[in-house]
Design a protein around this ligand. Structure first.
Ligand SMILES: CCCCC/C=C\C/C=C\C=C\CC(=O)SCCNC(=O)CCNC(=O)[C@H](O)C(C)(C)COP(=O)(O)OP(=O)(O)OC[C@H]1O[C@@H](n2cnc3c(N)ncnc32)[C@H](O)[C@@H]1OP(=O)(O)O
Length: 295
C-alpha cells in the first residue's frame, strides 16, 4: 500500500492565482505538502490502483475554498497517475461531509466567493467526469454538498442512522442545475423535484428506498463493502467501462463546461442578495445554538 497524503495542498491566499501545484515524488510513500494540516488523506493501493480518499476537516468536513482546492488537486493527480478506482469516505466520526462551508457564502468577499464557486465546479467536473470507478463510502451525515459528492460517484454505500440529501431550500438557497442534474441521474426527475423543492434530508433507510444510495451496511463494514464492490468494477475491461460512463455523463459535464462563468455569475448574484444573506445568517445562528446546547 503506497500512501499519497495531500496535506491540504499549498494554497496561497492571493487571488486569483490560487495554488502552487504540489510536486509528486515517485516512491513508496508520496506526500503532497500543504498549508492546512492533514485534511485529506489519500492512500493508493499500488497493486490494485485503487485510491481511498478520506476527508478529514473537523468538525464536519465542510467544504471551504482551501479544502475544495485540495480535493480538486488530489483528484487531478489520481487521474494523472492512472488510478483505476477511488473510494471517497470520511475520517471524521459520524460525518461524511456537511456540504459547503456556509461561512464562505455568508457576508462574503465577492472576489473570493467567485473563486470558491469555481473550485466547487472544478471538484464536480473532476469527480463526476472521472475516468476512475468511484464509490462513496458514506460513513456519516451527508447534507447538500456532501450529497453532491456522493452522487457524483458511480456507487454509494451508506451506514445506518445518518441523513443525506440536498437541503438547500431549507437554507433559503437553491441547488444549481448541475446539482439537480447529478441527483436526477441517480433518482430520476420526479423524486429529484420532490427532494429539491422540499429540501428533504433522507434517513439512510429512506435513501435506500428511493435508490439515492445503493447499499446499506453496518458502520464498520462500509469501507470493506466499498472495496468489495470496487473489485466488480475493476473486472470490467477498462476502456469499455470508462466509455460507458462517459456516454452516460458527457452531456451533463459539457453543459457546465459551456456555462461555467454564467454559473459563477448566477451564484454570486444570488448569494449577495439581502434576503439570501438573511436566511444564511439565521441558519448559521440555528446551527450555533444547536451546537451550544450539546456542549
Ligand atoms: C437561481 C440561481 C441559483 C444559482 C445558485 C445559487 C446558490 C447555490 C448555493 C449553494 C449551494 C450550497 C450547497 C451546500 O452545501 S450549503 C451547506 C448545507 N449544509 C448543511 O445544511 C449542513 C448543516 N450542518 C448540519 O446539519 C450538522 O452540522 C451536521 C448534521 C452536518 C453535523 O451535526 P453535528 O451535531 O455533529 O455537528 P454540529 O454541532 O451541528 O456542527 C459542529 C460545528 O460545525 C458547524 N457547521 C456545521 N455545518 C456547517 C457548514 N456546512 N458550514 C459551516 N459550518 C458548519 C456548526 O455551526 C458547528 O459550529 P460551532 O457552533 O461548534 O462553532
Amino acid at each position: 500500500m503506497a500512501t499519497l497524503w495531500t496535506r491540504g495542498i499549498q494554497v496561497c491566499r492571493a487571488l486569483p492565482r490560487l495554488c502552487t501545484a504540489p510536486s509528486v515524488q515517485r516512491r513508496t510513500s508520496v506526500r503532497l505538502m500543504s498549508t492546512e494540516k492533514d485534511n485529506l488523506l489519500v492512500d493508493v493501493d499500488s497493486k490494485t490502483g485503487v485510491a481511498t480518499m478520506q476527508m478529514n476537516r473537523p468538525p464536519v468536513n465542510s467544504l471551504n475554498l482551501e479544502f475544495l482546492t485540495s480535493i480538486s488537486i488530489a483528484l487531478e493527480k489520481l487521474e494523472n497517475e492512472k488510478c483505476r478506482g477511488l473510494i471517497l469516505t470520511s475520517d471524521v466520526p459520524k460525518i461524511f461531509c456537511a456540504g459547503l462551508d456556509i461561512l464562505e457564502m455568508y457576508q462574503p468577499d465577492v472576489e473570493r466567493l467567485q473563486v470558491f464557486w469555481r473550485s466547487l465546479q472544478d471538484v464536480w467536473l473532476r469527480l463526476y467526469g472521472s475516468k476512475m470507478a468511484t464509490i462513496a463510502a458514506i460513513n456519516g451525515h451527508s447534507p447538500a454538498g456532501g450529497c453532491l459528492l456522493a452522487t457524483c460517484c458511480d456507487y454509494r454505500i451508506m451506514a445506518p442512522n445518518y441523513t443525506i440529501g440536498l437541503n438547500e431550500t431549507q437554507l433559503g438557497i437553491v441547488a444549481p442545475f448541475w446539482f439537480r442534474d447529478t441527483m436526477c441521474g441517480v433518482i430520476g426527475h420526479r423524486e429529484t423535484e420532490h427532494a429539491l423543492t422540499l429540501g428533504i434530508m433522507y434517513s439512510t433507510e429512506e435513501a435506500l428506498n428511493i435508490k439515492l444510495v445503493d447499499k446499506v451496511v453496518p458502520q464498520d463494514k462500509v469501507i470493506p463493502a466499498a472495496q468489495e464492490k470496487m473489485k466488480q468494477y475493476l473486472k470490467i475491461p477498462e476502456v469499455a467501462r470508462q466509455l460507458s460512463k462517459d456516454l452516460m455523463r458527457r452531456e451533463t459535464v459539457e453543459k457546465l463546461r459551456l456555462r461555467r462563468e454564467d454559473d459563477v455569475a448566477a451564484f454570486k448574484n444570488f448569494a449577495v442578495r439581502e434576503s439570501v444573506q438573511k436566511s444564511l445568517g439565521m441558519y448559521l445562528e440555528m446551527l450555533k445554538k444547536k451546537s451550544q446546547q450539546k456542549k
